[in-house]
Design a protein around this ligand. Structure first.
Ligand code: SF4
Length: 352
């Protein structure tokens, strides 16, 4: 049975070792009375869904520089927000980000609700994100359980049941530790412990404030827990991307439907993505096959995207998509898979 002062030891460790993050009010600042900005907490938590801290930092800095308040983000044109989000992936998050900002600005007077129960009703905020915002921004005693916390709990209690079946049990174990004093710092401390000490591979048990209580450490299981049920293999889908430039240098691009994969993002006109998709060029043209292929992995499948390139006359009339002048075209505003395709095709379409 772990000792009752686990929480105290975790906070003492956090006071010394908290990560410095651009969205964080650290323990010393917090003790001095500085409060976190709920907008920054919310924005960081949405960015961190499916994205590493290292990858999210730059995006966070750019977003908060450009849109320093939720009202500013709510007033931003959707296409500009989507372009700034490009490369972070999971584009439904960006659409929900805009929708949420607008609800908070219009219906809540720019003030985020303070409890997990209220927050979870906002677009793009699931139970995890709601608990994280309530704990971190408003210091409410909510239990925040991400992959880091699951790992730490599985090890601390030597839970052998594999994930995902063990999720509920691990959340229950985390809930038992959630304090009423400094719950926001506790939530962040647990995340930091998982990210920097109780890491997925080779945890640094010698530096861990819980080593004396940790069942996995005592049993020599720290490196093998948590166990995971085998994942179903990702299928591979195939597709064709049509990349064309007009004689004046404009690129033929398409905005993807707002719902579905890469929804609302700019991209190249494509065939269906499937086992053996039929060609679907956006117009009749002299399409060349350069033998180039982009490989990209989405959550549920691998994509092998073959390229076709064409040079078009000034009077070309595509059935799909629209021409974007070269001066307005920025590859950085494309989602990663489309950016990779551009990088391969651009040298072939030089000279306009
Ligand atoms: Fe993780 Fe090791 Fe600490 Fe246990 S002792 S919680 S395995 S870092």
């Amino acid at each position: 049975m772990p000792s009752p002062d686990l929480g105290q030891r975790l906070l003492a460790w956090y006071d010394l070792h908290a990560r410095t993050l651009p969205w964080r009010v650290g323990p010393a600042q917090r003790a001095a009375g500085r409060l976190p900005d709920p907008y920054r907490v919310w924005l960081s938590e949405v960015m961190l869904q499916q994205t590493t801290v290292a990858a999210a930092k730059g995006y966070f800095e750019r977003f908060t520089h450009r849109w320093p308040t939720v009202q500013a983000l709510a007033a931003a044109p959707e296409a500009e927000v989507m372009a700034e989000w490009a490369g972070l992936g999971y584009y439904a998050r960006a659409r929900n980000l805009i929708a949420c900002a607008r609800v908070v600005a219009d219906e809540f007077g720019g003030q985020f609700p303070r409890t997990g129960d209220e927050l979870v009703k906002l677009p793009g905020i699931g139970p995890y994100t709601a608990a994280a915002i309530a704990a971190i921004a408003f210091d409410r005693p909510e239990t925040v359980v991400d992959g880091n916390v699951e790992r730490v709990m599985a090890r601390l209690h030597a839970v052998e049941e594999p994930l995902p079946a063990a999720k509920r049990r691990l959340a229950g174990l985390a809930a038992r530790l959630t304090p009423t004093e400094r719950p926001g710092d506790h939530a962040q401390a647990l995340m930091d412990l998982g990210a920097t000490v109780c890491t997925p591979k080779s945890p640094s048990c010698g530096a861990c404030p819980w080593a004396g209580d940790c069942a996995a450490h005592k049993k020599g299981l720290a490196n093998v827990l948590p166990r995971r049920a085998p994942r179903a293999a990702r299928p591979t889908r195939h597709g064709i991307a049509y990349i064309a430039r007009r004689a004046d240098g404009a690129w033929l691009v398409e905005r993807r439907p707002s719902r579905g994969l890469l929804g609302g993002m700019l991209g190249w006109p494509c065939s269906e993505w499937g086992e053996a998709p039929a060609p679907a060029p956006p117009l009749q043209a002299d399409w060349a096959d350069p033998g180039a292929q982009v490989r990209h992995t989405f959550t549920h499948f691998h994509l092998h995207l073959s390229l076709r390139v064409a040079r078009l006359d000034e009077d070309a009339r595509p059935e799909r998509g629209f021409f974007m002048p070269a001066a307005e075209f920025d590859p950085a505003s494309l989602p990663s898979v489309m950016r990779k395709a551009h990088a391969l095709a651009a040298p072939l379409l030089k000279g306009f």
